[in-house]
Design a protein around this ligand. Structure first.
Ligand code: SF4
Length: 193
């Protein structure tokens, strides 16, 4: 049985990659980028520990209920949990969903990296956005990325660079729960005119 330690999950969002997607934030990151957008997800501690099998069912249900196009893996740092995420990503591909991965590491750092199962995860990822977030070089144009140093890498033919400038992309989503709790995802700032 494989488990994942998650910071958060949003079943259907349009602010974390092309189309409607299930976004999964893992808990824990070894980096400490100044102005990290997700400080609550940095500490390595048990947060929401869930079975991968349970997540697969949730993703399949999101496909049926929300017609999601894919899943997006964010953090925290997804490659720290590559083993569980590789199973999830493989499952997503098996039901024709795309997989997008945001990592604070450069893609070339992940080759032969010390992180277990990263190669297995990358086999089932369509797009990687890599690099640390740098507040002094905020990205003014491309969709979904926080800073200009971050790069898109297309590992399959599912997408190409046209998604980076796709029009009418939602940059932020706000949700208010029935208990009045407010949550937001997407970019922490609006940079487009
Ligand atoms: S890599 Fe991402 S999650 Fe980790 S500190 Fe940097 S911005 Fe935050």
């Amino acid at each position: 049985m494989t488990w994942l330690n998650l910071g958060a999950i949003v079943d259907a969002t349009e602010a974390e990659g092309p189309g409607v997607r299930t976004a999964i934030w893992v808990q824990g990151c070894l980096k400490r980028c100044p102005s990290c957008c997700n400080p609550d997800f940095l500490k390595i501690k048990p947060a929401n520990v869930v079975e991968v099998e349970q997540l697969k069912k949730r993703i399949e249900s999101n496909k049926n209920n929300f017609d999601i196009e894919g899943i997006t893996l964010l953090g925290g740092e997804p490659v720290l949990q590559a083993q569980g995420l590789s199973e999830l990503a493989r499952f997503a591909h098996s039901i024709d969903l795309s997989v997008m991965l945001f990592t604070g590491y450069k893609l070339k750092e992940l080759d032969n990296s010390r992180f277990v199962a990263v190669d297995r995860l990358l086999r089932h990822v369509d797009v990687v956005v890599d690099g640390e977030f740098e507040l002094h070089i905020v990205e003014p144009n491309r969709n979904w990325v926080g800073s200009t140093n971050q790069k898109f890498h297309y590992l399959t033919n599912r997408y190409d660079c046209s998604i980076e400038s796709m029009a009418e992309v939602i940059t932020n989503e706000w949700r208010i729960s029935t208990k009045g709790q407010v949550s937001v995802n997407g970019l922490p700032f609006i940079v487009k005119a």
